[in-house]
Design a protein around this ligand. Structure first.
Ligand SMILES: [Zn+2]
Length: 175
């Protein structure tokens, strides 16, 4: 790790490349579209966050493919290369909020009092104010992790709800 890695340094470099060849720009790491700290190439790069905050980086590789890495808005940390952005976002939360994998997964946004009470009693105190993620179940393909959607502006991290195995009756009708 040095001054050239991490979301802030990568995004600054990406913005500085704005007059470079399009392919050079595509192959440079930059903050993922719509993820925390994202700016267009003609925008102003983000300022470092005082606390570790999760985001993603992406860049084009061969065969019209993209690769992704988890990254942090406060420090030079970067995760391993991932073919999917959501896996990179999860790596980033292992860095910023390592307890997230132990937290309960809610079935929907806590829009009523009972669910809110449940969320507040099962998530650590101050969790959301520290940019912590909320875990929800979702049906694929609507399970793309959503930036800025948790109560304190952190991510909603989705877990794919497994479809029940088709019953024998249903299989018979399909045959
Ligand atoms: Zn960090």
């Amino acid at each position: 790790m040095n001054g050239n890695t991490g979301a802030i340094a990568r995004q600054r470099h990406y913005v500085a490349l704005r007059d470079a060849d399009r392919e050079v720009c595509r192959q440079a790491w930059s903050i993922g579209y719509g993820d925390p700290g994202f700016t267009t190439q003609s925008g102003t790069p983000p300022e470092p966050s005082p606390d570790h905050r999760a985001t993603s980086l992406s860049r084009a590789v061969a065969d019209a493919k993209w690769i992704h890495r988890g990254a942090c808005l406060a420090c030079p940390w970067e995760g391993p290369d991932r073919p999917r952005r959501d896996a990179a976002i999860e790596d980033a939360h292992d860095h910023t909020h390592p307890e997230w994998r132990q937290l309960p997964i809610l079935h929907r946004l806590p829009e009523n009092k009972a669910l809110r009470r449940y969320m507040e009693s099962t998530y650590p105190e101050g969790w959301f104010d520290a940019g912590g993620p909320l875990r929800l179940y979702a049906e694929p393909p609507f399970d793309r992790h959503k930036a800025g959607a948790a109560p304190g502006g952190g991510f909603i991290l989705y877990t794919a709800r497994r479809k029940p195995a088709p019953s024998r009756d249903l299989q018979l009708t399909l045959e």
